[in-house]
Ligand binder design. Structure first.
Ligand code: ZN
Ligand code: ZN
Ligand code: ZN
Length: 639
């Protein structure tokens, strides 16, 4: 296995430079602006209640662009010939629709359809159905959504059946920030995120209120967003209640963009403007120290990101679940939209389609492919189509993604708390301390190993050495931090089995929230094979003792979080005494945990470190391809 040595000089940190002449920047979609919204509901305006009102400052972009440069003739608006009134506005430098490529009105632009009905009649039919408890499909910007009344328990239950979604919270669209504030505990940051032109889904602590219990299934956060198209505004204005608005596909599968068939729904509110590129709604979580991006989709992708070195044209293919790809050329990286889990039948096709589209749009014809070390990933197989390949260790890629986003000069410490990923020694990693540059890394520490199936086996044998259990159970062991969190949640009776990825960790965080400032549990940090190893078994043993003593599960969960935070700082301090390094990149899906991320950031800052967390690029595997691209760019720059 080729593990690069640490090279402090490697990787100049560059800004996202100008695009190559044959490419161009693809603008992300923009939520309906305040001016258009005013006109939409102004009876005197000629676009009163026109469901596709846009201007030069808002409307679809990335989802309708067929080729660059961005102009109407190269978008899916090309089939709509502007009427004389629209054409006059387009040509008038004083008009706010001067050169607005998506300009349209009721007489020349796209039209709503519901069965055989069009326009207002179609809209009214859809609102009547939703008001009566129906589950309907609504064509959006980057895909089709399932929509129903979020207060109607039966409708929400039916929608979950159609979507085949178990416990994961459903996104709720509300008319205005004030309504969102009634459903969720919103910070000022949350409000700013909600009303941004990218109009993402914001995850915020749930308030007890009117929503059907099936929306959140007892999970601590509610996923809220504001209307971002005129169609959404018209629906919500008529219905005056929160709506479930979620991708019309099973979890892990790509949101459909073509005409819908085969779904057990009561109707489809569609329109005749084709969706060129699939973009799911973006998902963001804020927590007092800024926000993190859980899913980088509509409104955010495919805005360019910086690279640590000028890259030859390359594609980084990502991981297996939460797959994305990144195209890179020169000093620009384009992280493509979130596509879902590659093993899901439809995802691979969507992945290849999206890749072809962005290759074509950006004019980047990849010569090299960066991929995960795991030879069996479908993404790795895709990479084999290119003769020049760069294998990147999973957690090094996570760490590099954080460093590249923040334009850090190496070296940096990388703390990767994540699901299992293949290590360079053939074992499964995931609770890692790395000393890293963009080109390479050295493993300095890790979590002790637990059996890969995780929670159940660990819950039965929490105090045994993980390697022993794994051997007895006949399954591989992993140092993955997610397994430790799963085990803690199971032992506290908070979540035996993950109903969806991350459920146990979320429930653990929820339980801990009520006990701030709790002291850590016991832990052991020891030298094994030249590495600092955090032995999670000692912590789990103490956790069980505390439980037997009748401590509340929430207080123990808080103590568990404090333990991991304290151990993290200790690991970094051990590394800092041996290596002169103060920058710390926190990466991996475990840091989506608000409580842990905040605590670790605070403790590291107090200890004199400069901690960084992935902000624009997901900490989960949806951000992995960007990290792979950063590593490949640095390695190829010297090759
Ligand atoms: Zn506008
Ligand atoms: Zn017109
Ligand atoms: Zn990962």
């Amino acid at each position: 296995m080729d593990v690069m040595s640490i090279d402090d000089a490697a990787g100049r940190v560059a800004t996202a430079g100008p695009p190559p002449a044959h490419g161009g920047v693809i603008p992300p979609d923009l939520a309906t602006c305040a001016d258009c919204l005013r006109e939409l509901f102004d009876p005197a305006n000629r676009r009163h209640r026109y469901p596709f009102i846009t201007c030069a400052a808002c409307g679809p972009r990335a989802t309708i662009i067929e080729s660059l440069p961005y102009e109407r003739a190269r978008t899916s608006m090309r089939g709509f010939e502007p009427c004389p009134a629209c054409a006059a506005e387009y040509d008038d430098p004083a008009d706010r629709r001067f050169h607005a490529e998506t300009i349209a009105c009721a007489s020349c632009g796209p039209r709503l359809r519901w069965g055989s009905m069009t326009g207002e009649a179609a809209l009214r039919a859809a609102t009547d159905f939703i008001a009566a408890g129906a589950v309907v499909v609504v064509k959006g910007l980057g895909g089709f959504h399932l929509v129903c009344d979020a207060i109607d328990e039966a409708a929400v239950t039916r929608l979950r059946e159609v979507k085949a979604r178990d416990g994961k919270p459903l996104a709720i669209m509300v008319r205005a920030p004030v309504v969102a504030g009634a459903l969720a505990d919103l910070s000022d940051d949350d409000r700013a995120l909600l009303t941004a032109p990218s109009a993402p889904i914001v995850l915020a602590p749930r308030r007890h209120g009117v929503l059907a219990s099936g929306v959140c299934h007892g999970m601590p956060d509610v996923a809220v967003l504001l209307p971002y198209t005129p169609v959404h505004h018209l629906l919500l204005d008529a219905l005056r209640r929160p709506l479930v608005v979620t991708g019309a596909s099973p979890d892990g599968s790509p949101t459909p963009t073509g005409e819908i068939s085969g779904l057990a729904v009561d109707g489809v509110l569609t329109h005749d403007r084709p969706i060129v590129a699939r973009y799911d709604d973006s998902v963001i979580r804020s927590f007092g120290r800024g926000s993190i991006t859980i899913r980088r989709g509509r409104g955010l992708a495919p805005a360019p990101l910086p690279l640590p070195a000028a890259a030859p044209p390359l594609v980084a293919v990502g991981a297996e679940l939460n797959s994305t790809f990144t195209l890179a050329d020169g000093e620009r990286a384009v992280l493509g939209p979130h596509l879902g889990d590659l093993p899901a039948a439809a995802t691979l096709a969507a992945y290849e389609q999206a890749l072809d589209h962005l290759v074509h749009l950006n004019g980047i014809e990849p010569l090299h492919a960066a991929h995960d070390l795991h030879p069996g990933y479908l993404s790795t197989r895709l990479a084999r189509r290119l003769p020049s390949r760069i294998a990147v260790q999973h957690h090094h890629a996570h760490v590099a993604a954080v460093a590249a986003e923040h334009r850090l000069e190496p070296p940096f410490l990388g703390v990767a708390y994540d699901g299992p990923g293949l290590g360079d020694d053939g074992t499964w990693w995931g609770g890692e301390l790395l000393l890293a540059s963009y080109r390479g890394y050295r493993r300095l520490g890790r979590f002790s190993r637990a059996p890969l199936p995780g929670a159940e086996a660990a819950a039965r044998h929490p105090v045994l050495d993980g390697d022993v259990i794994a051997r007895e159970a006949g399954c591989p062991a992993t140092s993955s931090a997610t397994r430790l969190f799963d085990a803690a949640a199971a032992l506290l009776g908070l979540c035996e089995v993950n109903g969806f990825p991350g459920e146990a960790a979320t429930r653990l965080e929820q339980a801990a929230g009520a006990f701030p400032g709790t002291e850590p549990l016991a832990w052991r940090l020891e030298r094994r094979g030249g590495l600092w190893v955090y032995d999670g078994a000692a912590t789990l043993r103490h956790l069980l003792e505390a439980r037997a003593d009748g401590e509340p599960a929430g207080r123990i969960a808080a103590a568990f979080h404090a333990t991991v935070a304290a151990v993290t700082v200790l690991l970094c301090e051990r590394a800092a005494t041996e290596h002169d390094v103060t920058q710390v990149c926190l990466s991996g899906e475990v840091f989506e945990n608000r409580l842990l991320a905040t605590d670790v950031l605070d403790r590291l800052s107090a200890a004199g470190f400069e901690p960084y967390l992935g902000r624009q690029v997901p900490l989960n595997d949806a951000g992995l391809s960007y990290g792979q691209a950063a590593v490949a760019a640095a390695r190829l720059a010297r090759a």
